[in-house]
Structures are given as C-alpha cells and as structure tokens.
Design a protein around this ligand. Sequence first.
Ligand SMILES: Cc1cc2nc3c(=O)[nH]c(=O)nc-3n(C[C@H](O)[C@H](O)[C@H](O)COP(=O)(O)OP(=O)(O)OC[C@H]3O[C@@H](n4cnc5c(N)ncnc54)[C@H](O)[C@@H]3O)c2cc1C
Length: 377
Amino acid sequence: MVSVDYDIGIVGAGLAGLTTAIQLRKKGYSVVLFEKNGFPFHRVCGEYISVESWDYLLDCGIDLADMQLPIIKKLQVSSLNGTLLTADLDLGGFGISRYKIDGLLALKAREIGVEVRDNCKISGMQRLSDHYRIEASDDEVRVQLAIGSFGKRSNIDVQWRRSFLARKLNNLNNHIGIKYHIKADFPDDIIALHNFKDGYCGISKIEEEQYCMCYLTTAANLQQSGGIKEMERQFLYQNKYLKQLFEQSEFCYSQPLSISQVSFDNKEPVFAGTPLIGDACGMITPLCGNGMSMAMHSGKLLTVLVDRYIQQQISLDEMLGLYTDQWRKQFAARLHVGRIVQARFGKVWQTDLFVSLLKKMPVLTNAIVKRTHGRGF
Ligand SMILES: Cc1cc2nc3c(=O)[nH]c(=O)nc-3n(C[C@H](O)[C@H](O)[C@H](O)COP(=O)(O)OP(=O)(O)OC[C@H]3O[C@@H](n4cnc5c(N)ncnc54)[C@H](O)[C@@H]3O)c2cc1C
C-alpha cells in the first residue's frame, strides 16, 4: 500500500466536517480538514439548532451549558392573510450563530490535533486503487480515506457532474437565502416562520441579545423585483409580522449575507467512491428546521463505520454500502416529508389554507414537527 500523509482527509469545514474531524481525531486517527474560507466567518443559516444534537456537541468539546444560549420551545407560523399558529416544539432547539459555533469547533479541532487548513479550496478528490488523492491549487495530499462535506453546492459537485446539477429548474432547486442579524422586540423562546409569496422567513434568538432573521425564496422573486430591498418591500412586507420586524428592528450589519442556487433535490450519500456527509448528500428544507443536526448525525454514523474500516474489520466497499443503508434508514423519510411540506408552501392560497388547517388540527401539526425532527444521537 502507498504511504499516506493522513489517515483521513475531509473537504469542507461546516458542522458536518468539523464535528466528524473532531470525532475521528478523538479515535486516534490523523485528520486533515480543508476549508475554502478563513475561520471565523458568517454563513447564511437560520441558526436554530435542534436539541437532538446537544449531547453530540458536548461530546465534541463544546460547553453549551456554560454559554447561556437561548432555549427555544415554541414554533409560530404565520400565513400571508395574518393567520398565526403557535405550537409547542416536542424537542425544541437553541440559538447560536454559525460564526460562533463553527469558530469554536474549529478551535477545538485544532486544539486536539486536527490539521485545519482554512483558506484552502480543494480542486479535486479522487479514489485511487488503495488511497485517495485530494488536490489543492498548490498541493496534493494522499489519505487513506477522503470524506466529502462540502455543503449544498460545490466545485467538486461540478467536477463530478452530479446529476442534481443537471435537473431542470423546479420549485425545489432554485432558491436564494438571505440572512440578517438584528436586535428586535421578540420573545427569546420562539422560532417564528412567517410566510410570504414563494418564500418564508425565520426569526429566533442567538447569542448576545441578537436575533437571526433568515429567509428563503425563489430566484424568480429577486429577478422580478431587481434587488434585495425592493424584493423585501414587494413580497416580505405583505406579511404584517415581517413588515413590523423589518421596520422596527435594528440591523447589526449594513448588508445581508446571501446565497443562491439552493437545491433540495435528491443526492447520493456515496459518490465517486467517496462517502459524503451533511448537505453534500442531501439538504432538508429549512422549513423543517434541522439540517445542521442531520449534517452532524450523518457524520456520526460514518465515524463508527470508518473506525471499523481502518481497523480492517470491514472492507472499504462494505463500509460504503453500510453507510448508504444506514443513511437512507435514518434520513430518507425526513427528507421526503421536508420536500412535501416545502412544495405546499409559497403559493399564497395554499399556504393560507395549510396554516389555517394546521391551526385547527394541532395533532397534524405535532405529527409534521415529529416527522421532520429526529431524536438525540
Ligand atoms: C436559508 C437557510 C436557512 C437554514 N436554517 C437552518 C436552521 O435554522 N437550522 C438548521 O438546523 N439548518 C438550517 N439550514 C440548513 C443548514 O445550514 C445546513 O444543513 C448545514 O449548514 C449543513 O452543514 P454542512 O456541514 O453539510 O455544510 P456547510 O455548513 O455548508 O459547510 C460546507 C463547507 O464546505 C466548504 N467547501 C465547499 N467546497 C469546498 C472546497 N472545494 N474546498 C474547501 N472547502 C469547501 C464551504 O465553504 C463550507 O464551509 C438552513 C439552510 C438555509 C439555506
């Protein structure tokens, strides 16, 4: 066997990559983790983390209990006609910015010996006969196993010609995301999802008296209105709760963060002989709340199998097969429900009807919340 530089190479240091790197390092493996941005940095995300990942983050060395984070126990959903539904969240969640949690995880990873190479964009990943090659612009690393955790859409997907990129534009694959941090008069224990035509906006508390306000809408809405501010006035302000939030809150930075080409289409958990974790193998609609927990959970499933593979208890292909089975068993149904719910939202009359129906049928609301959230892992 060729000599390798590291046991494990992970491409992409979001929550999936960071937590998996920490867990594999804790098992004693040498791990290199590549990230194209420099830590710490902001990302577009609603920043509500389901409690299901609390213990896992503790196990990764993040002392959440000491941070006095807002604990979120209720969900509010409003429709354009002003109907407001309030429901208890079975598990609930907590609020923390990605700037903070990702930054802390990157520090922890470095502290325990993961080689975190940030500001390093990977240009290629290949499975060879007995190792993997990971290529950066001016370097090449050989690892026994490469893991892809490069998020929702990456240059690696383009290079691999993954089929989700070729799908015709539809209501599950052409969204934009916009995020603000604001100071607002808003309860600490509620996550609200306010609907508007072809989109919805979440608001919930994070650290330091700030709230994350983050929305998802279609690229068509932006094109039609010609700019973010114009789009907000034209579409988001039609919901009275959003109009109030936009007009009465203090915005913490002058420009919002934005992302485009967000897709919720099906993806594969293994591609080009490489195991994928987090959004790289499927992204749940934020309407269903907990993509970050799913991203970390997929990494946890893979960690156990990687350990067995490197200890030579199973072959590489057995490991990839087992991971595919376990991933599907754990997440396929949740992603499916997420897509169904996403497809019902956005059309004004359908959303009005759906929210009114849910308001009258708390049992149905609870069932949907349960189907889209997992259990502690
Ligand atoms: C608008 C919106 C709101 C959301 N709100 C929530 C929410 O409130 N709660 C929740 O649980 N989930 C939410 N999600 C989903 C959540 O953000 C994702 O599921 C989660 O971030 C996935 O983590 P990840 O590690 O897989 O990917 P990411 O966090 O996207 O990390 C991938 C990393 O890979 C890096 N990368 C990509 N290509 C390369 C390369 N070639 N070389 C090196 N690095 C590379 C990227 O820079 C990035 O840092 C939301 C998503 C959107 C779009």
